[in-house]
Design a binder for this molecule. Sequence first.
Ligand code: CUA
Length: 170
Amino acid sequence: MHIHDYEKLWLAVSLLLILSLIGTVTYGAVGPGVAMVADSEPTVDATALDEDERFAEPRVERVGENEYAAYVVAYQFAFQPDPLVVPANSTVTFYVTSRDVIHGFEVVGTNANTMVIPGEVAKLTVETDGPAEYGIVCNEYCGAGHHGMSGTLEVVSQSEYEGQNGGDGE
Ligand code: CUA
């Protein structure tokens, strides 16, 4: 069977398009800095958070030299703890879960933003700068009070943080 040169060219071009589509989708899924919700964190029982080691008492805890873990629970229609107080110039990893429906957790004006799914733990790590106050909003529609679901993230100086927390979490 004879194939015209033009037809061969278009075959090659369409093959190239298909391959680049697969390539970009693959890159988007596994590329640098892309993490799916609860990629690495074990699941939790959303109906029994009161008995969960990390979420029974939502809090900020010191876990290293200059590293902190913030355990946050989202629920209709607020975040716990609120305000969330973390020290400046440190590394803070947020572990966020929901006790009821899907919520969002977005630190306004930053790229810290994740979906919060009951039963799963969203994890995101940020480097804090100097003292500042940020809003936290829910950006997934979660019911009648969704529009009012917000919290506060207070980044305070190291000394102020130590003063409030006796140097070791709450
Ligand atoms: Cu929670 Cu919208």
